[in-house]
Write a protein that binds this ligand. Structure first.
Ligand code: BES
Ligand code: MN
Ligand code: ZN
Length: 496
């Protein structure tokens, strides 16, 4: 999709569709007012008929409105004008694009970015517009044998600003928005691919491809022999039941000074999680192809920051394995030594995410990180606790946690912090090893983080449990690309 910024009168736009806002109840936005004027109250009269009253979610498509130069006019409900905040704006834009998709228009001129949004500036409104448009029109059709591309695509969107001097900021917002949207789309594509295609080896190949296309990204891939040498017994214990060899991928983006400490992102890349010998029940097991969404978000974030050329250093680390049962698979009760030297009793082979992350976290020490954030579809209990709206956040550093929460607020890709108190640590005590890999039924998300915290003592660290947010079920089934927007915003905020 192509985006441009312009300023000008809504009635004069020669286009397939002009998009303007209507507030509750029947109050016209300034763009709608202008059209109402030239059309001799055409809009006010239609709204009086009661077809829409301006609530968010509503819309009305009109054709050939008198006095205008466009073939269509899409009225979009914007709710109460005084209540228009960031989250309302996001819903308004998503609704507008969703409705636009249903029309025959392949281009449109939108005045929604001119709406006043509480505590948000022009840059934010325009960047969000781009991200939301790309996200709403995203499709995953590459594995359909017919109609790989859907017709009637929106090809061009013109975003209007009320003042000509805002055009330059607007153009920057579009550039950044496209980079982030590309990162989100890559994360969604990788995650939506089935596990027979998206294997650890496939992910390693995609990383190398990224390294070739982005000059500023250096990619290295460790194979099992190299990991063995480093002592990654915990990570390798997960892949040993699978035919697919494990990989450890590093993607180093250099946008800052050579000796500047990097921000490290570590993403769980379990390309399929059967549970191993502690095998999962069959219902919805297909969704365990999404158990590499943390890894996908790291690919997405590295893509976005390198496209934006952010002036910082960022390293993506992706431990990737397939968790299968088999003659060589880990048995419950087996004990392994991690790269840190700490020993782990594997009481449940389905708690495998932490087993690969702990070695990847120890490995991250070598980058001398400013901060380390791991991202993982780690626990079913996080879905029970927070549902699909917030990712779980746990951290050993409150200011890092605050920065992540803020990035989530500003992008609408939110997290909620859970405690990481010492009192929970004893739940993972083991009589035979330094720790067990499970901590019982209570506080499953917290005890998983407690486990990871034993491998992150040397740096500022935060853990994002994205089990509830990374994909949707039901009619919108598929990967969301979360938390790419939050991660990239966190990194943008580190640039000044
Ligand atoms: N990948 C799963 C977590 C998961 C399950 C995410 C369902 C989203 C939906 C993870 O590897 C896992 O199996 N966790 C176990 C841990 C338990 C054995 C301590 C869980 O949450 O049940
Ligand atoms: Mn599991
Ligand atoms: Zn898993």
């Amino acid at each position: 999709m192509n985006f441009t910024i312009k300023s000008g009168n809504p009635e004069k736009q020669r286009t397939a569709c002009v998009v303007v806002g209507i507030f509750e109840s029947h109050r016209l936005s300034s763009a709608a007012t202008a059209i109402d004027k030239v059309s001799k109250k055409y809009l006010s009269n239609i709204l009086k008929h009661g077809d829409m009253d301006g609530k968010i979610g509503q819309s009305l498509l009109l054709h050939n409105v008198p006095g205008t130069s466009s073939s269509r006019l899409l009225l979009v409900g914007c709710g109460k004008e005084k209540k228009l905040d960031g989250s309302h704006y996001r819903r308004i834009v998503a609704n507008a694009i969703g409705k636009l998709k249903l029309t025959g228009a392949t281009e449109a001129v939108s005045y929604l970015s001119e709406l006043n949004v509480k505590d948000r500036d022009g840059y934010w409104k325009l960047r969000q517009f781009v991200e939301i448009s790309q996200s709403v029109t995203y499709e995953f059709r590459q594995l359909k044998s017919k109609n790989k591309r859907s017709k009637n695509k929106i090809k061009k969107l013109v975003l209007m600003v009320s003042d000509r001097k805002d055009v330059a900021t607007g153009e920057r917002a579009i550039k950044d928005g496209i980079a982030i949207a590309n990162g989100v789309a890559l994360a969604r594509d990788l995650a939506n691919l089935p596990a027979n295609i998206c294997t650890p080896t496939y992910l390693a190949e995609q990383a190398k491809k990224l390294g070739k296309s982005q000059k500023s990204v250096k990619v290295t891939v460790l194979d099992e022999a190299a990991m063995e040498k480093l002592g990654m017994g915990s990570l390798l214990s997960v892949s040993q039941g699978s035919r697919q060899p494990a990989k450890l991928i590093s993607m180093e983006y250099k946008g800052g000074k050579k000796d500047e400490k990097p921000f490290v992102l570590v993403g769980k890349g379990v390309t399929f999680d059967t549970g191993g010998i502690s095998i999962k029940p069959s219902a919805a097991m297909d969704e365990m192809k999404y158990d590499m969404c943390g890894a996908a978000s790291v690919f997405g974030a590295i893509t976005a920051v390198s496209e934006m050329g952010l002036p910082i250093n960022v390293v993506g680390v992706v431990p990737t394995v397939e968790n299968m049962p088999g003659g060589e698979a880990t048995r419950p009760g087996d004990i392994y030594t991690s790269m840190s030297g700490q020993t782990i009793e594997v009481l449940n082979t389905d708690a495998e995410g932490r087993l690969i992350l702990c070695d990847a976290l120890t490995y991250s020490e070598k980058f001398n990180p400013a901060t380390v954030i791991d991202i993982a579809t780690l626990t079913g209990s996080c879905v029970i606790a927070l549902g699909k709206h917030a990712s779980g956040l746990l951290s050993n550093n409150d200011s890092l946690a605050k920065n992540i929460l803020d990035a989530g607020e500003s992008t609408g890709d939110r997290a909620w912090q859970l405690p990481l108190w010492d009192e929970y640590q004893h739940q993972i005590d083991s009589p035979f090893a330094d720790m067990a890999n499970i901590g019982g039924r209570e506080a499953g998300t917290i005890t998983a983080a407690c486990f990871l915290s034993r491998f992150t003592k040397k740096f500022k660290w935060a853990h994002l449990d994205i089990a509830g947010t990374a994909w949707l079920t039901g009619k919108n089934k598929g990967a969301t690309g979360r938390p790419v927007p939050m991660l990239v915003q966190y990194l943008i905020d580190r640039c000044d």
